[in-house]
Ligand binder design. Structure first.
Ligand SMILES: [Zn+2]
Length: 164
């Protein structure tokens, strides 16, 4: 973090120089004047050094602002990526994030793993198989095998044999 004390130091040094300058105006004694002149020059040197320090602080602050602007842009772009999805219940509390049709932009609609999504990663689920009326998907990132839909018991399930 930048310490912004250089500007205050510069102001203080300039004020000191100004005070000395005012004190010098009425001096008639050459030795006293010379002494005050040295003080005055010393304060000007101090003020000058503080101005350079303030310039360095300003440059550092500008660099930090540029870094933060870049970070904000990155976060906004990241948020836009996540805003393209919505949480969907596929039945019996089986959740995944689904790409909104309005946000597809030519991409096929797909499901994203809810666990990974909450870790701020979009991992597209890959269909694995169908079983007892449920669709099973694998997450390539967290390796979780996930089922979606309502489970239909074998005895009441009347779908295609290959589904078992
Ligand atoms: Zn996952």
């Amino acid at each position: 973090m930048v310490d912004v004390s250089a500007i205050a130091a510069a102001i203080s040094a300039f004020k000191g120089a100004s005070d000395i300058g005012h004190a010098m105006i009425n001096l008639r004694d050459a030795a006293a004047f010379q002494s005050k002149l040295l003080d005055f020059q010393s304060k000007l040197i101090e003020a000058n050094a503080s101005v350079f320090a303030a310039q360095d602080e300003r440059a550092e602050l500008l660099r930090q602002i540029a870094d933060l602007d870049q970070e904000i842009s990155k976060l906004k772009a990241e948020k836009r990526k996540f805003d393209r999805y919505q949480l969907k219940d596929y039945g019996d509390n089986s959740f995944a994030y689904e790409l909104k049709a309005s946000e597809a932009n030519g991409e096929p609609l797909h499901r994203a793993c809810a666990t990974c999504f909450n870790d701020e990663k979009i991992s597209i689920l890959q269909f694995s198989h169908k079983s007892e009326g449920q669709d099973w998907y694998d997450c390539p990132r967290c390796k979780k095998n996930q089922h979606f839909g309502t489970r239909v018991r074998r005895e009441s399930y009347r779908s295609h044999d290959s589904d078992f």
